[in-house]
Design a binder for this molecule. Structure first.
Ligand SMILES: O=C(O)CCC(=O)C(=O)O
Ligand SMILES: [Mn+2]
Length: 217
């Protein structure tokens, strides 16, 4: 199967049986949430090609946020793709989705197979270096519905992903390393009871691209 015939980027795909038998799954045992981490749903070569293709083909934007009356740059670049008409407000930024491009449809179809769930939009983040981050938040915007399934795919530099319980302060923080090609799925009550973040780091890190597939009502 090819995902980008224009640039002749054809990939030697594993067949489904190989993919599913090679998927390493870790189920996190946390209260009030369901989080699964898959080692990778693409081959190593594909992970590299996908990173390069997303880096060059996605229309990355520098969004601004208002903070105490000041306009600040969001500490990462973002992009939003999806079915037309699925407007979404994120960090008080109203976004109209860009139409799907082949590489994103290719990734979406694989993620849907693994997650056993259909998505109609994807938010992309580009963390250029360790100064880029995303602060504590939950993916709990009303348009995502009551118990959203969020499939979060990472490519490029490895970053720490942290989860903290919103109510049970005695509950320990959970920390995961999101490696090149890994897929994190959050579902059930996770967004209602937990917040997550990618903290800044002073360690040298390669650029990282994250895609969070969502279903918008
Ligand atoms: O980069 C990540 O792994 C997390 C991104 C995220 O939480 C978001 O875009 O809502
Ligand atoms: Mn999030």
């Amino acid at each position: 199967m090819e995902y980008d015939s224009d640039t002749q980027l054809s990939l030697s795909l594993w067949n489904e049986a190989e993919i599913f038998s090679s998927l390493e799954i870790k189920h996190l045992s946390i209260p009030d949430g369901e989080v699964e981490l898959y080692s990778s749903c693409f081959s190593g070569d594909e992970n590299d090609k996908i990173f390069q293709t997303l880096f060059s083909q996605v229309s990355w934007k520098q969004e601004k946020i208002k903070c105490y009356g000041k306009e600040l740059d969001l500490p990462r670049l973002t992009a939003w793709y999806g079915d037309t008409g699925k407007r979404y407000v994120y960090s008080r930024i109203a976004m109209e989705p860009e139409p799907w491009i082949p590489v994103l449809l290719y990734i979406k179809s694989r993620v849907e197979d693994v997650a056993q769930f259909s998505f109609n939009s994807v938010l992309l983040n580009l963390y250029r270096d360790g100064r880029d981050s995303i602060a504590w938040h939950s993916d709990d915007e009303p348009e995502l519905g009551k118990q959203p399934v969020i499939a979060s795919l990472s490519f490029g530099g490895e970053r720490k992903f942290q989860l903290r319980h919103k109510v049970k302060k005695e509950q320990e923080k959970v920390e995961l390393n999101l490696t090149h090609g890994s897929l994190l799925i959050m579902k059930g009550k996770t967004q209602e009871y937990w917040q997550h973040q990618i903290p800044k780091t002073s360690k040298p890190v390669m650029p990282r691209i994250n895609l969070t597939f969502r279903f918008i009502d």
